[in-house]
Design a protein around this ligand. Structure first.
Ligand SMILES: Nc1ncnc2c1ncn2[C@@H]1O[C@H](COP(=O)(O)OP(=O)(O)OP(=O)(O)O)[C@@H](O)[C@H]1O
Ligand SMILES: [Mg+2]
Length: 514
């Protein structure tokens, strides 16, 4: 039951009980008044009878009284008189107590009797004396009994009760209805408006102001609510401004990172193209010197063709890398992206004698994302690993799909993610640096070697894809960086459940490569 009807019913019931008690008290007073009036009449009558019959000797009592009582009864109306005791004779019915009390007080004593199953009646014992008050031989010679049917008192009280009952019922009903309507107008409706406003807030509408003009407790509650929505609205606007500023900064960071990468790439290209150009130049000079030796011409032409092929390949890779479109959400085949990224740094890997292995689960499907951005993440992680293994080592890339809870959301339901894990056998990342490495411009590299933006940008990209990056120790002593990227809905059922850490790599489920 709702608050309004419940409070109205309980209050009305309490009110009904209180009114009933009040009416009961009024009826009791009315009854007591009636009894007092009857008692007064009986005493007046007793005094008159005593005055008429006294003095009465005990011997006269037995002979005279019956005739006197009979004649008095003819005039007494609703009262009835009887002789109840004379001389030493005493009654043994209800008169006994009254006679004892009357002889103790030496005065008339009356009482109302309410015998079970019989109508109410009043009885009074009147002592009669043998001499006038003050005479030395005065004694009680007889007792008269005065009886009156008092059922009229009950009838009067009940009649009053019945007359009051309709007023009582109507009054209580009117009170209940009025109370309910007042509660509805003053309490229930304002509370309902507050609840509607709370619902609106829950759905993101922070523009509502409720009950602005009220000055009672509900008004204060509404005032607090309005303050809260104002505060939330301001906080939301502040958050939006902060997000916009952060996005602008991230865009700048990415641009700075790209410029730094372009510089590195330019140096790499100069180095990569310089070597085959030297070879081509040398072979061309040999050709010019020995144009008549077909075998030599053949051999040098093949070497030149091979070196031109190498240069063409380098240029194609650079073109591929520079032909980046605007970030867009499409299907990304992460395995292909990883292999492409590795091909960009192939020469560097060979030069630093690094062994590369890629383990990709056979059932990986494309994930929603921006291929260029995911490639940038992959390249950053791979470049960091290569830079950490100056004297050679092994670089392992694992790709698998697993079910995880999103980082920092212990109560969120687990959902499927693609894990891109890059492990190396370098020196690893000191525990003290693990929080810092994602900060922009944090680098442990020599000046000019690193800008400290790679992981900051990668973290931003992965976060934009609703994922996160973790850092860990590799079992073989180096560093492990894991990027978790959400998998689209259609691939959920193929995902295996997993605990808080990835399970060891199963050789059956992966295909070696790299
Ligand atoms: N695989 C790794 N092994 C050891 N240290 C690492 C590894 N990856 C990152 N780090 C540490 O994290 C720091 C920050 O890396 P980040 O990629 O952000 O910048 P950077 O590599 O120094 O410069 P940039 O990538 O901009 O050229 C690195 O300087 C290095 O100290
Ligand atoms: Mg880096």
């Amino acid at each position: 039951m709702k608050l309004g009807p419940r409070v109205a019913i309980v209050t009305t019931l309490l009110m009904a009980v209180a009114l009933a008690c009040a009416i009961w008290a009024v009826l009791a007073v009315l009854r007591a008044d009636q009894v007092r009036r009857l008692d007064g009449e009986a005493h007046a009558m007793a005094d008159a009878l005593a005055a008429g019959l006294e003095p009465l000797t005990p011997s006269e009592a037995g002979t005279l009284l019956p005739a006197r009582v009979a004649s008095a009864n003819a005039r007494l109306g609703q009262f009835r008189l009887e002789t109840i005791a004379w001389g030493t004779q005493r009654p043994n019915n209800f008169w006994a107590g009254l006679v004892d009390e009357a002889s103790r007080l030496d005065a008339p004593v009356g009482q109302l009797f309410e015998p079970a199953g019989m109508p109410l009646f009043y009885a009074m014992a009147i002592p009669l004396h043998s001499a006038q008050p003050g005479a030395p031989d005065r004694q009680t010679s007889a007792f008269l009994g005065l009886v009156c049917d008092s059922s009229f008192i009950t009838a009067e009280v009940m009649g009053t009760a019945w007359r009051l009952l309709p007023f009582l019922v109507l009054g209580i009903l009117a009170f209940g209805i009025l109370l309910y309507l007042t509660l509805r107008r003053r309490v229930v409706n304002p509370l309902r408006r507050l609840i509607e406003a709370l619902d609106a807030v829950a759905q993101g509408d922070l523009t509502r102001a409720v009950l602005p003009g009220r000055d009672d407790e509900i008004g204060s509650l509404a005032g607090q609510f309005n303050k809260m929505t104002n505060y939330l609205r301001e906080a939301r606007e502040k958050e939006a401004r902060a997000t916009a500023a952060r996005q602008t900064m991230e865009t700048h960071l990415r641009r700075a990172e790209k410029l730094a990468t372009v510089g590195q790439v330019a140096a790499e290209i100069a180095h990569e193209v310089g070597t085959p150009l030297n070879v081509i130049g040398g072979r061309a000079r040999t050709l010019a010197k020995r144009p008549d030796d077909p075998a030599e011409v053949q051999k040098n032409a093949e070497i030149i063709t091979e070196q031109v092929g190498r240069i063409t390949k380098i240029i194609r890779q650079v073109l591929d890398a520079s032909r980046k479109s605007r970030p867009s959400l499409t299907e990304v085949d992460v395995t292909r992206v990883v292999r492409e990224a590795l091909s960009f740094v192939e020469e560097l890997i060979q030069r630093q004698h690094i062994e590369v292995s890629v383990h990709a689960a056979t059932d990986l499907r494309p994930i929603p994302g921006d291929p260029d951005e995911i490639q940038q993440v992959c390249l950053n992680l791979v470049m960091n690993a290569i830079h950490a293994m100056k004297d050679g080592g092994s670089l392992t890339i694992d790709l698998e799909q697993l079910v995880r809870r999103k980082e920092g959301l212990a109560l969120s339901p687990p959902s499927p993610y693609l894990m891109l894990q890059v492990s190396d056998t370098g020196p690893g990342i000191p525990v003290a640096d693990r929080d810092k490495i994602f900060e922009p411009f944090f680098t442990t590299k020599d000046p000019g070697q690193g800008s400290g933006l790679g992981l900051a940008v990668s973290k931003g990209i992965v976060k934009d894809h609703e994922g996160w990056i973790e850092v860990d120790d590799a079992p073989q002593g180096g560093a492990v960086l894991r990027a978790f990227l959400p998998v689209g809905r259609g691939t959920e059922q193929r995902t295996r459940a997993d605990g808080d850490t990835p399970a060891p790599v199963s050789e059956n489920a992966r295909q070696p490569g790299g």
